[in-house]
Design a protein around this ligand. Structure first.
Ligand code: PGA
Length: 240
């Protein structure tokens, strides 16, 4: 279990200068809750300059620290700009062809740059009996080798993302328990238990607390509800 509940907002390909300068209205990290927002790349410096009470992350990075990769962004540059975390392996990027090994390389690059990778995993279809095993296998293949410290895991069932449909909190708890068992098997009890595992997929102010009340649910990854300051603040308040 991590000490503070994590609330990570993912703006996806949304947001603007106007929304970014409103960041102080989105809430603040406290002793109980750590808050982060992941805006599109160009808004990261403005987000960092706007509000020190919210950590700033990116939504992706390249696996290489530099090179001839037109359009890609390297983890060391994100760190230089003041980002402290980066989402890797989001299902919307996996849908573009990213595989588990790509995600593992990106996570490794993030750690090397001093960023915390938020490694996303989740089953595509609802109602799979073997979802726990499938998601654990996906995580196993998406993790950097040997390192547990600094990693954040996000369980996001693809069918719940942006759909307004959420799994039963007990179902989420069962998946998170399976992921925790994997992390403990790989890294030992202390290090495996310290990796935060957050839930994402149609999280809002009404349902967030039901997820974070479950064992092994250390926070939430919030898409749509992170675009509205009042709604995002309400999510933070709900899980505090
Ligand atoms: P959502 O997105 O909250 O809009 O479902 C979550 C995510 O994709 O991280």
């Amino acid at each position: 279990m991590s000490v503070r509940t994590l609330v990570i907002g993912n703006w996806k390909m949304n947001g603007s200068r106007a929304l970014t300068v409103m960041l102080p209205r989105f809430g603040a990290s406290t002793a109980a809750v750590e808050v982060a927002i992941c805006p599109p790349f160009p808004l990261i410096p403005l987000a960092v300059a706007t509000d020190a009470a919210i950590a700033v992350g990116a939504q992706d990075c390249h696996a290489e620290p530099s090179g001839a990769y037109t359009g890609a962004v390297a983890a060391p540059l994100l760190a230089e700009l003041g980002a402290t975390l980066v989402i890797v392996g989001h299902s919307e990027r996996r849908a573009l062809g990213e595989c588990d090994a790509d995600v593992a390389r990106k996570a490794t690059a993030a750690l090397a740059a001093g960023l915390r990778p938020v490694i996303c995993v989740g089953e595509a279809a609802e109602g799979r009996d073997d979802a726990g095993e499938a998601v654990a296998a996906q995580l196993r293949a998406s993790l950097p080798e040997y390192v547990a410290g600094g990693v954040i895991v996000a369980y996001e069932p693809v069918w719940a993302i942006g759909s307004g449909r959420t799994p039963d909190p007990a179902y989420v708890a069962a998946i998170h328990a399976r992921l925790r068992a994997l992390l403990v098997a790989l890294h030992g009890v202390a290090a495996g238990a310290a990796v935060p595992i957050v839930y994402g997929g149609s999280v809002d102010a009404d349902n967030a607390a039901a997820f974070t009340a479950q064992p092994n649910v250390d926070g939430v990854l919030v898409g749509t509800a992170s675009l509205d300051p009042e709604h995002f603040r309400a999510v933070i308040a709900a899980v505090a």
